[in-house]
Write a protein that binds this ligand. Structure first.
Ligand code: GLU
Length: 445
């Protein structure tokens, strides 16, 4: 049996860190096991689903590097859901209900007032044919509930361990609305069964749906998959992320200079006891992945931690890995450039400034024109290497009598126009003799 998992976003908004995490974990799980990763677009809600959100989901997953083996959209599979509903009706497991939302709310309030759990009372099961006809004559269209079987539903959750729910504590879920469209539960289970999903890995907000879903798999003659419910991310204060999700969308993070592998490195390890380290490739994360490492404790997402990880990722990035990213940033930097500047970056775009300083024009900051022009006179002929700096500044030191910061700081200001930056011994050969000489003489070059 091929391990098959799915990531099932609803295209009603943009992906954010909270749903990138199950996407990544599903993907790593599949790749680790040599299995398949399916992207399932849960677009049965016609009013809220949008094409642009669906396209953005594809772009965001591609950015993270999470290629899918198959993509399906629920809106194209409604025949399957209708057929399943008919089978359930024929088996007596799907029954028509006529309560209005107001009537259901009234019942719920009364139950709560009496101190009993607000479980649907199955009044619809006792309707006579005449009562049903009377509702139909009033113009009421029935919605359809799945009749749960009494008894314990158990499963061994890969994250939460043994779980069980007693069906009598659950309401029979509505599977089909009055207008004939299906709600989430039916399409989800039908697709999981039809697509051969072996493991459902998702957020723990779905734990309470699982017992009913297991019964639905069985009622449809399918074997339930294994389940893993991951705790939901919170902010550093332990609050849900929902209020901040706009700024934590993948699009925003990408625009703010976060590297996909920084986010992957964080999300693959948050909530596990593994140390969070920058990883340059998904292959490293696959090698380290084990679903059993995810604990039930609530993982906290800290944007600052992500920024630090992003900087560390860049500091350790080889030129081979950096090259396509440099090109995307419009820079034709070579290995010497990359190795010179990477330790000074907090995001890839910062490389543009250093590119500018090495290859384009800088307005030099001259503190002492006589000293700077003396230093210019001493610049050796090219070719320059990483040793040029030492020889040159040795000569400048001898003639000027300056040393330490007094010697180096004015040279940095003149050559780069900046207070700080990469080591000058690596920058100097990149700047080259003619620019260096002009800048030391106070000319923009
Ligand atoms: N579309 C559902 C959601 O985003 C999928 C839940 C599931 O994985 O079963 O919550």
């Amino acid at each position: 049996m091929t391990v098959t998992v799915r990531f099932a976003p609803s295209p009603t908004g943009r992906l954010h860190v909270g749903n990138a995490r199950p996407a990544l974990i599903n993907w790593l799980f599949a790749r680790k096991q040599g299995g398949r990763f399916i992207l399932r677009i849960d677009d049965t809600d016609r009013e809220r689903s949008r094409q642009d959100h669906e396209e953005a989901i594809g772009r965001d997953l591609a950015w993270l590097g999470l290629a899918w083996d198959l993509k399906v959209s629920q809106s194209t599979r409604e025949d399957l859901y209708e057929a399943a509903a008919e089978r359930l009706k024929a088996a007596g497991r799907l029954y028509a209900c006529y309560e209005t939302p107001e009537e259901l709310e009234y019942k719920r309030k009364r139950q709560l007032a009496r101190g009993v759990p607000p479980v649907y009372d199955r009044a619809a099961l006792t309707l006579t044919a005449a009562e049903r006809q009377a509702f139909e004559a009033e113009g009421r269209r029935p919605h359809w509930r799945f009749k749960l079987e009494d008894g314990d539903v158990r499963w061994n959750d890969l994250c939460r361990g043994p779980c069980h729910y007693h069906a009598s504590h659950l309401s029979d879920p509505v599977l089909v609305r009055g207008d004939g469209t299906s709600l989430y539960t039916l399409p989800s289970v039908v697709d999981d069964a039809d697509l051969g999903i072996t493991h459902v890995i998702r957020g723990e907000d779905h734990v309470t749906n699982t017992a009913a879903q297991i019964q639905l798999f069985l009622a449809l003659g399918a074997t339930p998959p294994q389940f893993a419910h991951l705790p939901l991310l919170t902010d550093t204060a332990g609050q849900g992320l929902s209020k901040r999700l706009g700024s934590l969308s993948l699009g925003e993070l990408r625009a703010s200079g976060i590297e996909a592998m920084a986010l992957n490195s964080l999300l693959a390890k948050l909530g596990t006891s593994d140390a969070i380290q920058p990883r340059q490739t998904l292959d490293s994360l696959i090698a380290e992945f084990d679903i059993g490492k995810f604990s039930r404790a609530t993982p906290k997402f800290d944007p600052l931690e992500l920024e630090h990880l992003n900087a560390r990722l860049l500091h350790e990035m080889s030129f081979a890995e950096a090259r396509p990213r440099l090109q995307q940033a419009g820079l034709d930097g070579d290995e010497a450039f990359w190795l010179a500047v990477r330790a000074n970056l907090t995001q890839m775009n910062d490389a543009k400034d250093w590119w500018h300083i090495c290859r384009e024009t800088v307005s030099p900051v001259i503190e002492d024109a006589a000293f700077a022009s003396q230093a210019a006179d001493l610049l050796p002929p090219e070719p320059w290497t990483a040793d040029t700096w030492k020889g040159w500044t040795g000569a400048v030191q001898q003639i000027s009598g300056r040393k330490g910061r007094e010697l180096f700081h004015p040279l940095r200001l003149a050559l780069t126009g900046r207070e700080n930056g990469p080591e000058l011994k690596t920058l100097l050969p990149l700047i080259g003799r003619s620019r260096a000489a002009a800048r030391l003489r106070g000319d923009a070059a």
